[in-house]
Design a protein around this ligand. Structure first.
Ligand code: SF4
Ligand code: SF4
Length: 151
């Protein structure tokens, strides 16, 4: 589990990355969150692809008071941020307020998390997310992004 331990920076930022349409998770990740006693805030897309019910504001329902209430068991898709992937193939490093504080080891852990995200997560969700694409893209433009190659 990636633990960047920079919660004050993220709190001051207001959890911006959690307002980009929530997160995606596999069934085992959803089961882990529910088994830990948190409410099921996920919509099932396929057998192994779930999305948080982000509502009209596109905010993840696990974001409370600008903090992730499931941080210690958040899905891989959240663990890999500030690496953002448009699909299973294109990846970007997002220069949000946290990025400059990350060590090389921190970034390596994010990359490792990114490489573990099953590709079906991205392929299954595309049609569901399409109507929200332009709003999410607009929010993404708040921070500079640079393409990176994961190895
Ligand atoms: S990871 Fe970056 S965008 Fe997300 S809350 Fe922290 S500082 Fe903000
Ligand atoms: S699960 Fe937590 S880290 Fe992931 S989008 Fe939701 S609030 Fe943010």
């Amino acid at each position: 589990m990636v633990d960047n331990n920079h919660s004050n920076i993220c709190k001051r930022c207001g959890g911006y990355c959690c307002k980009l349409g929530g997160t995606l998770a596999t069934k085992s990740e959803v089961d882990r969150i529910i088994a830990a006693g948190y409410p099921n805030q996920f919509i099932e897309i396929t057998e192994n692809c779930y999305v948080t019910d982000f509502g009209k504001e596109l905010v993840c329902p696990y974001l409370k008071d600008s903090t992730c209430e499931i941080y210690h068991i958040r899905p891989l898709l959240c663990q890999k941020y500030p690496i953002f992937s448009t699909d299973g193939e294109e990846h970007f490093l997002v220069h949000c307020p946290l990025t400059q504080h990350l060590s090389k080891d921190d970034l390596t852990q994010c990359i490792e998390a990114a490489l573990e995200v099953p590709e079906e997560i991205f392929t299954s969700i595309q049609r569901f997310m399409a109507p929200f694409g332009s709003k999410i893209d607009g929010r993404m433009r708040k921070f500079r992004m640079e393409p990176i190659v994961l190895e």
